[in-house]
Design a protein around this ligand. Structure first.
Ligand code: TPP
Length: 551
């Protein structure tokens, strides 16, 4: 049967279970938009900026349990705006497929309007760039893109579609999705791991983003039966129940000294679905790279990643959930009760660090008061999204994530992720609470996607910590160049974010003092029929949850 390439592409997307596609339209893919008009199962979400669309696709890739999120952007300027989402997905190992328009084939290489060579441009922020130049390979390209995005170390794949391709006729059949090829643990490796875990007196288990949320209940059982402390890593705090007695502390970026010192007494580290990024490894100091200072077991679903930076004692290139299941299948291990005190000690530090206490600040609200108030309103199925910035340290200081809740943010620290990710969460998890946190810097990078939220009936609460600065950078400047204020590089004059919210048809709430926090946050959670923006005038002195500028 002959049909247009555009229709075949749409059918191929549908065959891969795609239901939401984030986009900013462009003349370079009009043929595809035209084919999507006839399809009411693929929902196009039209965004205000390609960075928003790409962050939404990245967030969707984290919420679909290992399946890729999808966005479409126009060539040149469109893709340039959207690169931040590709970069985020690449570093965060998030499956994502981005379709990108391209100039007509006969114009390749002429520097035609908005032309870019994507294979060159995207070579270091995608797993693969697939240029589709023949109608017959269009469907195969989609199947390959999803397979590559979702297999091994997940990541973003770009599919390049020239403008003149869409209307061409093809008789090529639809290329069906390839089955996931997941490796299980090898028997000999499991034996070795079990032995190491039985012998260890002070083991640590860090869990990261290659472990799916579905594995969390089994992880709890493993922690109890094997008497293991479990630490979720940077930006994945929801991967273990913060109230569980085996919670070993959150292994975020810049771990508080007390917890880090305690963890450094460990005699075994098992990184379960955690890549051991710069942030998690505390700038490659724990574990030290390339030679870890303690025996390391690295479990990650891709042999190229295991051993790429660190030399593990044991490397396992397999699905981390399969390791948990295999260990559970071995019955009760011997002699592990002796480390109850070790686990209890880490858990006590974890609970101490999360105590809802803070000092009063004179120059604005201590943001601790905000995150502590939010913690009291969080529903069991809430999604919290975060931008990059120091305000996020307060999230991890006061929110105790429970199973069923979700946290979405960029591990690589891309500002602007919070609002788009909140839109994606509202669409993928309809009817649930969505709370986005951003600084005054990040809020205006992609905050306009609140218009997208309005358009599609998504009602997140965006909480903006306004300390009138790019605060993180001010802190780093203070630390590196004491006595040399960084105002010229970091000061911000901000709008009234409540009025800004109102212009979008959102509810605006302003909090200037700590005594207004309780009521302001309660009012925000009471609104159900539109987005809410809470504008918090935050202390600049309390520059992070753990640090004051005035010492
Ligand atoms: C897209 C992007 N641009 C720049 C940076 C560098 N950067 C990291 S944190 C930060 C400041 C964040 O300021 P704000 O959003 O106001 O939050 P705060 O740190 O004040 O809490 C900057 C500029 C980044 N991480 N991402």
């Amino acid at each position: 049967m002959s049909q247009t390439v555009a229709r075949l592409l749409v059918d191929s997307l549908e065959a891969h279970d795609i239901d939401l596609i984030y986009c900013v339209p462009g003349e370079s893919y009009l043929g595809l938009t035209n084919a999507l008009v006839d399809n009411n199962r693929l929902r196009l979400i039209v965004c205000r900026h390609e960075s928003g669309a790409s962050f939404m696709a990245a967030a969707d890739g984290r919420m679909r349990g290992g399946r890729a999120g999808v966005c479409i952007v126009s060539r040149g300027p469109g893709l340039s705006n959207g690169m931040i989402g590709l970069h985020t997905a690449y570093h965060d190992a998030t499956p994502m497929v981005m379709l990108i328009g391209q100039v007509e084939r006969r114009d390749f290489g002429r520097l035609a309007l908005q032309e870019q060579n994507y294979s060159r441009l995207l070579s270091d922020i995608t797993k693969l760039v697939i240029e589709v130049n023949e109608p017959e390979t269009a469907s195969e390209a989609i199947a390959r893109a999803f397979h590559m995005a979702e297999s091994g170390t997940p990541g973003p794949v770009a599919v390049i579609l020239p403008e003149d391709l869409f209307e061409e006729q093809t008789e090529a059949p639809l290329d069906r999705p390839r089955p996931a090829a997941l490796a299980g643990p090898r028997t000999a490796d499991l034996e070795q791991l079990a032995g190491m875990l039985e012998r260890a007196e002070r083991p640590l288990v860090w869990v990261g983003g290659a472990l799916r949320e579905a594995a969390v209940p089994e992880l709890g059982k493993l922690a109890e039966r094997w008497m293991l402390p479990i630490s979720p890593t940077h930006r994945r705090p929801h991967l273990f129940d913060a109230d569980h007695a085996n919670y070993g502390g959150y292994m975020g970026t810049r771990v508080p000294r007390e917890l880090l010192d305690a963890m450094k007494r460990a005699d075994l580290l098992v990184a379960l679905g955690e890549r051991l990024s710069d942030s998690v490894s505390q700038s490659y100091s724990f574990p030290t790279a390339p030679e870890p200072q303690l025996p390391l077991v690295h479990v990650w679903p891709d042999p190229n990643e295991v051993g790429r930076v660190f030399r593990p004692e044991l490397g396992m290139a397999c699905d981390p959930q399969a390791v948990i299941q295999a260990l559970l299948g071995r019955g009760t291990p011997r002699g592990v009760d002796g480390r109850r005190a070790w686990v209890g000690g880490l858990n006590a530090i974890h609970n101490r660090l999360l105590e809802p206490v803070w000092d009063r600040t004179e120059d604005g609200v201590n943001f601790s008061a905000i995150t502590a108030a939010v913690a009291r309103h969080l529903a069991p199925d809430a999604t919290v999204t975060s931008d990059a910035g120091n305000f996020s340290s307060f999230i991890h200081r006061h929110l105790r994530f429970r199973p069923g809740q979700m946290f979405l943010a960029s591990i690589v620290g891309a500002m602007g992720s919070a609002m788009p990710m909140a839109v994606a969460a509202g669409l993928r998890r309809p009817g649930t609470q969505v709370i986005a946190f951003a600084g005054d810097g990040g809020a205006l990078m992609t905050g306009n996607e609140i218009a997208t939220a309005r358009q599609y009936g998504v009602n997140p609460i965006l909480i903006i910590s306004d300390n009138a600065h790019y605060g993180t950078i001010m802190m780093h400047h203070d630390m590196r160049y004491p006595g040399r204020p960084s105002e010229a590089a970091t000061k911000l004059t901000n709008p009234d974010f409540s009025l800004w919210a109102a212009a979008f048809g959102a509810e605006g709430i302003t909090i200037r003092e700590e005594r207004e926090v309780e009521d302001g946050i309660a009012r925000a959670f009471a609104v159900k029929d539109r987005p809410v923006v809470v504008h918090v005038h935050t202390s600049t002195d309390q520059i992070s949850a753990w640090r004051r500028r005035t010492g």
